[in-house]
Ligand binder design. Sequence first.
Ligand code: HEC
Length: 153
Amino acid sequence: MNASCTICVAVAASAIIAATTVAVPAIAADDPAVLRQDMMKSVGAATGMSAAMVKGEAPFDARVAHLALRVMNASANGFGALFPEGSETGAETEAKAEIWSDRAGFDAAVAKFRDDTAAVLAPPPADLDAFKAAFGQVTQNCGSCHEKYRVKK
Ligand code: HEC
C-alpha cells in the first residue's frame, strides 16, 4: 500500500468514526440514564401489578406474582452499573448527586434490593399471604433508596 492510499484509508476510517460518533447519542438504548429509567419503569409496572393483587383489586395469580418479583430482581442486578461517571446529568435524570458522592451507600442500597428480591424468590410465593409478605419486604427498598438517591419532582 502506498503512502497516499494509507492516508485515504485513514481519512475514510476517521469519516466512519465521525459518522458513528455523531449517530450514537441519538440511540437511546446506549444512554445509561435512559436504560436505568427504563429499568425503573419496569419495576414500577411490576409493583403496580403486584399492588393490585395485594389490595384485592386483581385476583392473585402465582405466575404473575413470580414474574413481578423476577422483574424487580433482574432490574436490581443490573441497576448499579448504569450510573457511570459522566451520567450525572442528561436524559432528564432524577438521579441525585449523592449516588456519586456516596457510592458505597448507593451500592449498599442496590445490593439490599437485589438480596431482598432474591430472598422472596427462594421459593416464589405460592399464595396471597406469602406474596403480601414478599411484597412488603421488597417495596421497603423503593422509598428508602428514592429518599436518599432520587430527586423529588
Ligand atoms: C437502590 C436504589 C433504588 C431502589 C431500591 C428503587 N429505585 Fe426507583 N429509582 C431510583 C433512581 C436513582 C431513580 C432515578 C433514575 C434516573 O432518573 O436516572 C429511580 C426512578 C424510579 C422511577 C421513575 C422512572 C422514570 O424515569 O420514569 C420509578 C417509577 C421507580 N423508580 C420505581 C421504583 C419502585 C416501585 C421501587 C421498589 C420496588 C424502586 N423504584 C426501587 C433508585 C431506586
